[in-house]
Design a protein around this ligand. Structure first.
Ligand code: C2O
Length: 583
């Protein structure tokens, strides 16, 4: 392995990985990675040095158009290169984005509520978009390729030819997808001569919207895509926790066997979790900082602690998995980032993701505000607009959807009322509230474990020491957060695990989103973007605890929290778990 050429993209890289996922080979792969990181003076070898992300570099992210190259899609076993770059600029002119002011607001409708007049217009626009010449940047396939280019390594960053650009797993997620949809919508409007046209959103956070919207399911419609999971059509409810619908009794352990009603309820609790409970600050909701140019060993460019926000990691990925075909190795279309934009449903899905950003800012709490760092605000993306001109958009241009001229149809938000309750206070569950001293003592010996933890089939419990609440003023408004560090996994594996705190040890039923003990989940959508010989992804998970601690009436003097990790799919190793005042 050549340390200096870690960014070289090639499908020819030999693949030393073993396919059988037994522990030894899995650990070996990690060990090698660890050594690599150690030698590089890396991020993870020296986490204490990179506590403050802004000490590293403060350059905004910007794609280098001129060097756009092939995207790579890698499963670890197979790998392919895909051309996803936009058509060449005609006159090499890039316009800086200016919002069209003074227009009336266009309201994006919920897809399951539109009428036939609307549907007729929308289908006409999509049909025309698909019929544009293949090299027209506004053509549907070209639009789909934008997503592929921005997440499968087509671009490097301006000034840093060795740094790939990636718009997921960081604070670029919401702004990038917002502007991507914005231009898509403007193009549709132009094609039907209706500048006020607004695209539909998939209202998956509401009971009536939890199935794939009907208008996308007609095989003769331009909204249809055949690369989907047919078992989930027409009316299977999505599972927003992990994308696996209730109807699927899996092997012996039926985590997913819920009735429809239970599934809806569970989804609402999941939404509450990801929007309210765990998303009290910008960093929790948006994800980690992602900065231009600094040296790092991570797979997704320079982010001191790569980490997506609550919705990105949660419902967003669950819906991708739910829609994508069960079609190995790449699970096209929605199941893989390179192809996701080829499914018209993608744009409705991301409409709702974008709507969550709007809703989040209206929720109570003084910390629910976007970042104000210039390095975020000045990061930029490039899109062709409805007139096929290349436009540069900065994050600061897209903070307010109303400034961009659109908003969402107002529909009920039922999950706002889905606050979880403690499991052990409910009758018939667990052993009741009392956790005597001897129980704690027993726990201590039983739960002592060493890192890294390899999580594959059985739940793991571990006791984590809480730090003293810092008196430092600045830290004072920070959240008490459970931090899972250096989660290593094969970037091409579908991975999912749930996390609970102070859950009852003798109870066989694992925690669900309606339980106050449940504090969140981790999931990964396969997304190889660089044909490495080792397709390891290293990431972190932040799970804010304050509301859970309150709900469970855990006093601040309690020194230890018992953490339960429940594997659902795939295999990961977790480098460390701690509690910290961050986020
Ligand atoms: Cu760019 Cu839903 O992914």
């Amino acid at each position: 392995f050549n340390f200096n050429s870690k960014r070289v993209v090639s499908c020819k890289a030999s693949n030393g990985k073993q396919n059988d996922a037994d522990h030894t080979s899995f650990l070996n792969r990690f060990d090698r990675r660890d050594i690599l990181l150690g030698l590089g003076g890396s991020l993870y070898g020296a986490t204490s040095l990179v506590r403050d992300p802004f000490a590293l570099a403060v350059v905004p992210i910007e794609p280098e158009l001129s060097s756009c190259g092939e995207s790579t899609v890698d499963t670890g076993k197979t790998c392919m290169n895909v051309p996803c770059c936009p058509p060449k600029l005609k006159d090499s002119k890039i316009i800086d984005f200016e919002p069209l002011l003074g227009r009336k607001i266009r309201y994006r409708p919920a897809a399951h509520l539109v009428d036939c007049n609307y549907l007729y217009k929308f289908e006409l626009a999509m049909e025309r978009m698909k019929a544009l010449p293949v090299d027209d940047p506004r053509n549907f396939m070209q639009q789909a390729n934008i997503h592929c280019a921005y997440c499968n390594g087509a671009y490097s960053q301006v000034g840093f030819p060795d740094q790939k650009l990636e718009v997921h797993y960081s604070w670029l997620f919401f702004p990038f997808h917002r502007m991507y949809l914005y231009f898509f919508e403007r193009i549709l409007g132009k094609l039907i001569d209706d500048p006020d046209f607004a695209m539909p959103f998939w209202n998956w956070d509401s009971p009536c919207g939890m199935t794939m919207p009907q208008i996308y399911l007609d095989p003769y419609s331009p909204l249809y895509d055949e690369n989907r999971n047919l078992e989930h059509q027409p009316d299977v409810l999505v599972n927003l926790n992990d994308g696996k619908p209730f109807l699927k009794p899996k092997k012996t352990d039926d985590f997913y066997e819920l009735t429809k009603r239970e599934q809806i309820k569970s989804n609402l609790y999941v939404m509450y979790q990801q929007m309210v409970r765990s998303a009290k600050t910008a960093s929790c909701f948006h994800g980690a900082a992602y900065l231009g140019g600094c040296e790092s060993e991570t797979d997704i460019g320079c982010t001191p602690e790569p980490r997506g926000g609550t919705i990105e990691n949660g419902a967003h990925i669950a819906v991708h998995k739910f829609v994508g075909a069960k079609n190995p190795p790449y699970n096209e279309d929605m199941g893989n980032f390179y192809s996701a934009g080829r499914d018209p449903l993608f744009y409705a899905h991301h409409g709702n993701v974008d709507r969550m950003w709007n809703i989040w800012k209206t929720l109570q709490g003084k910390k629910r505000r976007d970042f104000d760092e210039d390095v975020w605000l000045n990061s930029s993306f490039l899109f062709y607009d409805e007139n096929a001109n290349m436009v540069r958009v900065k994050v600061r241009d897209c903070l307010d959807s109303k400034t961009l001229g659109y908003d969402y149809q107002s529909v009920d938000i039922p999950w706002l009322r889905s606050k979880p309750t403690p499991r052990r206070s409910r009758p018939g569950v667990g052993r009741g509230q009392d956790q005597g001293q001897d129980v704690l003592a027993r726990r201590k010996s039983k739960y002592l474990r060493r890192f890294p933890i390899v999580l594959d089939k059985v739940p793991v419990r571990i006791e984590i020491l809480r730090p003293k609440k810092p008196i430092n003023k600045k830290k004072d408004d920070k959240e008490e957060v459970l931090v899972l560090q250096n989660i290593q996994l094969d970037r091409n594996d579908s991975v999912q695990f749930d996390v609970a705190i102070n859950d009852d040890e003798d109870d066989d039923n694992t925690c669900k989103p309606e339980d106050a003990e449940f504090v969140g989940s981790f999931s990964n959508l396969p997304h190889g973007d660089n044909c490495h010989s080792e397709a390891m992804l290293s990431t972190n998970l932040y799970l804010p605890l304050s509301e859970a601690l309150e709900d469970l009436k855990i006093p601040s003097e309690d020194r230890f929290i018992v953490v339960t990790l429940v594997p659902k799919e795939g295999e990961v190793s977790i480098g460390n778990i701690k509690i910290d005042y961050v986020c």
